[in-house]
Design a protein around this ligand. Sequence first.
Ligand code: ZN
Ligand code: ZN
Length: 235
Amino acid sequence: MATPSDPSTALERYTLGQRVYEWCGITVTSATGAWLCARLLAGGPLAVWWLPVALVVGLLGADLVSGIVHWGFDTWGDLDTPIVGQLAIRAFRQHHVDPSVLLGHDFVETNGHNFMLALPLTTGGLCVLPGGDGARFLALCFAAMAVCVALTSQIHKWAHTPRPPRLVALLQRARLILPPAHHEYHHRAPHRQRYCITVGWLDGLFTATGFFERVERVITRATGIDRHRHDEPVP
Ligand SMILES: [Zn+2]
Ligand SMILES: [Zn+2]
């Protein structure tokens, strides 16, 4: 039988408060992002090489954040953890139990939390403007990373979508967004590899260095808290 902390009960616990929070994230981050883009364009033409370089920086930054955040929510706490239990842990743990649940989430439930996570990036970009070329390039990197962070949950959802839009499938095959075959390894119990869900470029580095296992050992040694056990069956 399911207990209140089981991911299997998570669908019942999507609240009006979460919905409002997600709408706030989408609205405020979209507004500050549009303002950032307008100020960037108003400052004059951008150098041709800035955009591809900023995109790579944005993808790598978002991949790093997605890997660390996903590992954190998979590994520590439970659905009753204050604030993040319902806002984030719920979705990550639920998606291990039944990945197809993601496909039933609408745009707001899929993306609202990630839009909120991108807010410090859009405001950070606005803070470094106005300035010279260096400041404008930095602001463009903030903007690119904000877009990648905001779209990470959508990209992850597409990795579980049986027939994604043609352009999305093309980007997946080009490894410019998370490829389904790459992400499938994360869904093999005990769900302890390939945490990155923006593009997956950094998973190899994390696996080769045993980064997360090392950090878990350090945290457990320092606090006495053991990591969440994923290999326990959900009743
Ligand atoms: Zn996971
Ligand atoms: Zn997944």
